[in-house]
Design a protein around this ligand. Structure first.
Ligand SMILES: [Zn+2]
Length: 334
């Protein structure tokens, strides 16, 4: 009897052990967080240049995908034209920057979270920029273009405009990798103010406003702290939009650097990043110690290759003058 009980107990224990072995939680296969190996690992889509992303809606080609996230019925009707316009904007920026983002860019329209003030001008309000440029693409709670009096969004096809500012951020990121906030804001404002992508596009006049601020700073009428106070959003000691716009205003006014010249600076920076391999890349990587083992090559956009020092160097190369005094005036460290 004792023997039977013992056998029964052994079998029970064996079954219990077997049960646990079979039901062990399956371990996730280890995925090394590497980037630049021509494989798009989950979670690194926005940091690498080698991700093949796919279309999520019908308004899509190899360049952009216009999406609707819980958008209004009116917005939905305007999406085909917006897609057409953003293709024009894409080609225009690609032509100006001399490169294009090497992956698909998502442009998502959604209905607003909080109410947007209706336009209070009889002639209407033209909204060319705004929204957020994430690494994945652009998100906007409205359609860019002309809002008629009393309206808080574009409602007619013929009033649809072009989104340039946020798009320029995307071009900067995917062409140059991460850069200081003053530079990406400056070049976005410059682009929306100076690069005419279509006869119907209305250029922003922001650059003219910043030029007068720059001249006040130069004359000593105002200090940099007065003109460009602390930037809450970027947490930088000076407002990034203002520093960046004043930089490009100065290049235009004092260094005779026109549209072609700025375009060349952008291309030189792009080429620099592209060719920054081996020692150049290893040095750049030192500034992000947590990524030391993560990145295989310069496809990882988190590595700051285009630093203030490189921006200064490339700008000087093209302009043919040193920019020490400008960098000092705007207190840009290099
Ligand atoms: Zn911006």
């Amino acid at each position: 009897m004792k023997k039977v009980a013992l056998i029964f107990l052994s079998i029970s224990i064996f079954i219990i052990i077997l049960y646990f072995i079979i039901n062990l939680p399956e371990q996730e296969p280890y995925k090394p967080p590497i980037c630049g190996d021509s494989i798009c690992w989950e979670g690194e889509e926005s940091y690498c240049l080698d991700c093949n992303l796919s279309c999520k809606s019908e308004f899509c080609n190899s360049k952009i995908n216009v999406l609707c996230d819980n958008c209004t019925e009116t917005q939905k009707k305007l999406l085909p034209t917006l897609f057409e316009h953003q293709n024009i904007a894409y080609d225009c920026l690609a032509n100006y920057y001399n490169y294009h983002p090497p992956r698909l860019i998502y442009h998502t329209i959604s209905s607003p979270d909080s109410p947007i003030e209706p336009c209070n001008k009889k002639e209407g309000c033209y909204i060319s920029g705004g929204g957020i440029a994430y690494h994945e693409g652009i998100e906007q709670e409205f359609i860019p273009g002309l809002r008629e009096y009393g309206e808080n969004d574009v409602t007619k096809k013929e009033n649809i405009g072009f989104e340039i500012h946020e798009f320029a951020h995307i071009f900067t990121y995917y062409g140059l990798g991460i850069v200081q906030s003053w530079f990406t804001e400056g070049i976005s404002i410059y682009t929306e103010s100076r690069v005419l992508c279509h006869p119907d596009y209305i250029l922003s006049n922001k650059m003219d406003d910043f030029l007068s601020l720059y001249n006040q700073l130069k004359k000593g009428d105002k200090t940099l702290d007065e003109i460009a106070p602390y930037d809450e959003y970027y947490q930088t000691s000076h407002n990034s939009h203002r520093i960046g716009s004043m930089y490009f205003s100065a290049l235009e006014q004092d260094y005779n650097c026109n549209k072609k010249c700025i375009s060349r600076i952008l291309y030189f920076l792009y080429e620099y990043r592209k060719n920054c391999v081996r020692d150049c890349f290893e040095n750049a990587k030192k500034y992000v110690p947590q990524l030391m083992n993560f990145s295989l090559n310069n496809n990882d956009l988190r590595v700051p290759i285009i630093t203030n020092k490189i921006i200064k160097q490339k700008s000087e190369e093209i302009i043919g003058e040193d920019l020490n005094s400008l960098f000092e005036l705007l207190e840009i460290e290099y």
